[in-house]
Design a protein around this ligand. Structure first.
Ligand code: C2G
Length: 131
């Protein structure tokens, strides 16, 4: 048995890379199940991000991972509390570029921020694609 039953995490996961994978694998080591909320294309434009890979393909990639139990859609900033309650999550995890930003979830579940994988980012990949 792992420390937690069901973890949830949120992200765009555009141009899926080793930093995304390492985060998801580390979360799955903490919980029996891992739910991943993938940002919709519409929500990404609200986040000020333009995606290279459309939502349906980003969702398909995440859903194919052994360590992922379920993929849901992230449509807005406000859905986290209701998601955590709806899916009975006892753990919320994000990379530490979000350190402290989701502490309002602490009354509902454990909140953990894990160190990001250094040296890789979707932005860097996009830049190298342009050259
Ligand atoms: N990440 C990481 N290491 C990297 C790059 C990303 O650990 N080198 C983590 C981020 O910290 C995040 C997750 O991978 O927890 C997904 O990153 P993004 O796709 O960039 O997601 P983001 O735009 O941060 O969206 O409501 C929350 C937002 O949807 C998060």
């Amino acid at each position: 048995m792992k420390k937690f039953n069901r973890a949830i995490t949120y992200g765009t996961f555009d141009l899926f890379h080793i930093g995304h994978l390492r985060l998801l694998k580390r979360i799955s080591a903490l919980a029996n199940e891992l739910y991943v909320a993938v940002s919709s294309d519409e929500f990404n434009s609200i986040k000020g991000k333009t995606c290279v890979i459309p939502f349906e393909e980003r969702k398909e990639i995440i859903a194919a991972l052994n360590c992922v139990t379920q993929v849901i859609k992230e449509d807005n900033w406000e859905q986290k509390i209701s998601d955590i309650q709806k899916y009975h999550c006892d753990l919320f995890v994000m990379g530490d570029d979000w350190e402290g930003k989701f502490d309002f979830l602490k009354p509902y579940c454990e909140v953990i921020y894990l160190p990001r994988t250094q040296g890789i980012s979707t932005t860097a990949i996009k830049k190298s694609m342009k050259q």
